[in-house]
Design a protein around this ligand. Structure first.
Ligand SMILES: [Mn+2]
Length: 338
């Protein structure tokens, strides 16, 4: 009899048993992994290796420059293409910070080509859609880092400084450095354990936040020039165009987190950043305060995410056009929930 996959506050023991019994594991976060995705994947990779489980850390898309410190000293990681020959060496595939392989490879649905899967994630949705044999899913926690922490605890793997810093980076990334309402007592408990295990919070914050290039600062100056405020729905938005990138010699990575700037104004409840995505489209990041839900708006426009942080892609390569389209739709969704 096959066991029903369990979900809950603590990982089901069958999940840790499956991990420990595997011969060659592939761990991957979603495409263009963010701090939570990559930090969780790195921590799980190192913890399993310390238990003599062979793990390859795969990724798809770009590795953000501010996150590459997480990979320092790491071996056996690299890009994985969505092809059967790439999956053949593995007897287990762990999806981290995403519910379905189509979040790793856009449009991927060839589930039969994949090894058996485990899902460790906090995104809202159905973790069984990808046919996972085991899930550790809790949409109420701040980050996948929190879940990875519990998996590593349940595995009884030693909490090295490197693992602790990867987990701290994951939790910090998804809680806005403990500044959001998802920074619960459990987040702070874990952070306390991680710092006690040797994680240097000043080092992690420094690597994540205080390592801007001059190009990035110049790009922010240009982007701030496009700031628009729509007081009727407490919305502020900003744009990054292809021309701004080339004028400032900045890269796509350089605008990561820019959405926080319109959001930091008093009276603004919803912030939107419209930026070229390098594929001729516009990527739109949305952030909101507690009284507004941007997930529904993002879903209506073909994207998704969390209630306070969501995103979608506009087919236009012109962020000005994408913003106009957004502003025509947004007021219908952006009503305070209380
Ligand atoms: Mn996450």
């Amino acid at each position: 009899m096959t066991r029903a996959p369990a979900s809950g506050i603590w990982p089901d023991p069958s999940l840790t048993e499956t991990l420990k019994a595997s011969r060659q594991v592939l761990i991957m976060g979603h495409s263009n992994p963010d701090g939570d995705s990559l930090g969780s994947a790195v921590a799980l990779t190192l913890a399993l290796r310390s238990l003599n489980v062979a793990v390859f850390l795969g990724y798809n898309g770009r590795l953000y420059q501010h996150l590459t410190f997480l990979l320092e000293g790491l071996t056996d990681y690299g890009p994985i293409k969505p092809e059967p020959s790439e999956f053949r060496p593995f007897d287990l595939f762990v999806l981290v910070d995403c519910l379905h392989p189509n979040r790793i490879w856009d449009g991927f649905n060839n589930l039969s080509a994949l090894p058996p899967r485990l899902v460790i994630d906090h995104h809202p949705g159905d973790p069984l859609k990808c046919g996972a044999k085991g899930v550790f899913h809790d949409a109420s926690v701040s980050s996948t880092g929190e879940l990875a922490f519990k998996v590593i605890e349940a595995l009884n793997a030693p909490l090295t400084r490197t693992i602790a810093e990867a987990l701290l980076a994951a939790i910090m990334s998804d809680t806005g450095f403990f500044s959001q309402n998802n920074a619960t007592p459990e987040c702070f408990r874990q952070a306390s354990v991680l710092v006690a295990a040797g994680a240097r919070s000043d080092y992690v914050v420094g690597r994540l936040k205080r390592n801007w290039t001059q190009s990035r600062v110049r790009l922010l100056r240009a982007a701030l020039g496009t700031l628009e405020i729509a007081p009727s729905c407490h919305l502020a938005s900003m744009i990054v165009t292809e021309a701004m990138l080339s004028e400032t010699e900045a890269t796509l990575d350089d605008m990561e987190g820019f959405v926080e700037y319109p959001r930091s104004m008093a009276g603004v409840e919803v912030a939107a950043l419209f930026r070229v995505d390098g594929h001729g489209r516009t990527r739109v990041s949305l952030r909101s305060g507690l009284n507004y839900n941007v997930r529904e708006l993002a879903e209506a426009l073909g994207g998704g995410g969390h209630s306070q942080a969501a995103a979608y892609t506009d087919p236009s390569g012109d962020p000005v056009e994408a913003r106009a389209r957004f502003l025509a739709v947004a007021p219908r969704f952006l009503k305070p929930s209380s």
